[in-house]
Design a protein around this ligand. Structure first.
Ligand code: ATP
Ligand code: F6P
Ligand code: MG
Length: 440
């Protein structure tokens, strides 16, 4: 259970400098729309969860609110900032970079901002990457494009060498935009920064199209990625309905978490099956997936199946999961296996079938952010700059239940966000598809 110690935010020191934003803050007070810096946001949001703690109100676990402070830690005139993007692509990376640069330069007056290229390897001299000077002019229109203007990479780098680069460039604030691996890498950087007695703030902006970072509302870019995925589901549905025994099969990203598969299915509401990593399924047998699909195709003439890439890995025989440069598992291809097994199963029973296989893969994450995600990215960037200028470190900025908050990095990587097989989302998917609770 998360407790107050897990939510404690680290700071580099007291804030003694008047923030250039202070005059704008006026007589702000906590409302439904904002939380003042002295206030706290309750972690538990039900009476039963809060009550089960058995402690007085002021001892309930609570989060530090994000947002501008009247006093800040860093003197903008003397502050130098670095930005890095790591891990897989996600819609909105450029929006976040742009938001950071514009907020830092226009509102705080920070003049020196550099981007490290190609993830953490951009800090390592052996790779020979230069740094990119980031000015408002450079970033102004980068949000029109998907990807990241800084480039990205996987693979662990030596935190000592990363901090050497921070020292060489006199960086006071490092923004890391990435997923769980990136945040773990950032925690290593914080450890070395501390060992050397440096005053460098390290702030994370969590990025994951898989939506697998816990304790936050949907991560930025997720909505765009899942909107893209709906296009393939729609195409699969059209194909399936246009052929006798038509079966549209769509494989979507989602290594350990099936959020993209679930939400894109709900958005189109014409899939008959969703298979996700969190819910194991039997393929064979009377109550297995293949037999259920056969019946559905015979009853309705067609079917649409959505599968997340990490689903049903126990069925992908003979393919040892590999590892990428960061140590993430590389799964066997459940989509191709399903296609083969569906055709074999229906052919063997004399059921006409026309399977159309869609694997939109990288196409859902390489697009520019939609307007909703762009606005969300900008607000996250603002929150990240406020946190950094106020000397917070080893935190990610995030929106949790509509409030912007600071979440310690340790908590953000303590577990993975999953679709709960007993939760409301999966229940909605079961209702939308009409598939059985289990294939067993
Ligand atoms: N356990 C770890 N400890 C330290 N650094 C790590 C660790 N795992 C990954 N990293 C660093 O973080 C970077 C990105 O990690 P990774 O490839 O796992 O992507 P990610 O940030 O988890 O994003 P996503 O999985 O959403 O694509 C790597 O280049 C590596 O330098
Ligand atoms: O091929 P890459 O770039 O390693 O990324 C693939 C993985 O990245 C993710 O998109 C997460 O960033 C996963 O859904 C997917 O398994
Ligand atoms: Mg990851």
């Amino acid at each position: 259970m998360v407790d107050s110690a897990d939510l404690a935010v680290r700071t580099l020191g007291p804030c003694r400098i008047d923030s250039p934003l202070a005059p704008r803050l006026g007589a702000r007070e906590t409302t439904q729309h904002s939380v003042v810096e002295e206030d706290r946001i309750l972690f538990d949001d039900t009476l039963s969860m809060a009550g089960a703690r058995g402690v007085p109100l002021e001892q309930l676990p609570s989060l530090e609110p994000g947002g501008p402070r009247k006093k800040i830690y860093f003197d903008p005139a003397k502050t130098r900032v670095g930005i890095v993007t790591c891990g897989g692509l996600c819609p909105g990376l450029n929006d976040v970079i742009r938001g950071l640069v514009l907020e830092l330069s226009r509102h705080y007056g920070v003049r020196r901002i550099v981007g490290f290229r190609n993830g953490y390897r951009g800090f390592i001299p052996e790779f020979g990457e230069d740094v990119l000077d980031l000015t408002p002019e450079v970033v102004m229109h980068i949000d029109d494009e998907g990807g990241t203007i800084l480039g990205t990479s996987r693979g662990k780098q030596d935190p000592e060498a990363i901090v050497d680069a921070l020292e060489r460039l006199n960086i006071n604030i490092l923004f890391v935009i990435g997923g769980d691996g990136t945040i773990r890498g950032a925690m290593d950087v914080v450890r070395v920064v501390e060992e050397r007695g440096l005053k460098v703030a390290v702030i994370g902006i969590p990025k994951t199209i898989d939506n697998d970072i816990p304790y936050i509302d949907q991560s930025f870019g997720f909505q765009t990625a899942m909107s893209e995925a709906t296009k393939s589901i729609h195409a699969a549905s059209v194909e399936a309905r246009s052929a006798p025994g038509g079966i549209g099969l769509v494989k979507l990203m989602g290594r350990h978490s099936g959020f993209i598969a679930c939400y894109s299915t709900l958005a189109k509401d014409d899939a008959d099956y969703v298979l996700i990593p969190e819910v194991p399924f039997a393929l064979d047998g009377e109550r297995g997936f293949l037999e259920h699909l056969r019946q559905r195709v015979q009853e309705r003439g067609h079917a649409v199946v959505v599968v997340a890439e990490g689903a049903g890995q126990e069925h992908v025989e003979g393919e040892e999961p590999g590892r990428d440069a960061s140590g993430n598992v590389r799964f066997g291809d459940i989509g191709r296996l399903l296609r083969k097994r569906i055709i074999e199963h229906l052919d063997a029973r004399g059921v006409e079938n026309n399977v159309r296989y869609f694997d939109p893969s990288y196409a859902i994450r390489s697009v520019p952010a939609n307007p909703y995600d762009s606005a969300y990215c900008l607000r996250l960037a603002h929150a990240a700059v406020h946190a950094a200028m106020a000397g917070r470190t080893e935190v990610i900025v995030a929106r949790r239940r509509r409030r912007f908050v600071h979440i310690p990095m340790g908590l953000a990587v303590s577990r993975r966000n999953h679709v709960d097989p007993l939760g409301d989302l999966w229940m909605s998917v079961l209702e939308a598809t009409g598939q059985p609770v289990r294939f067993e």
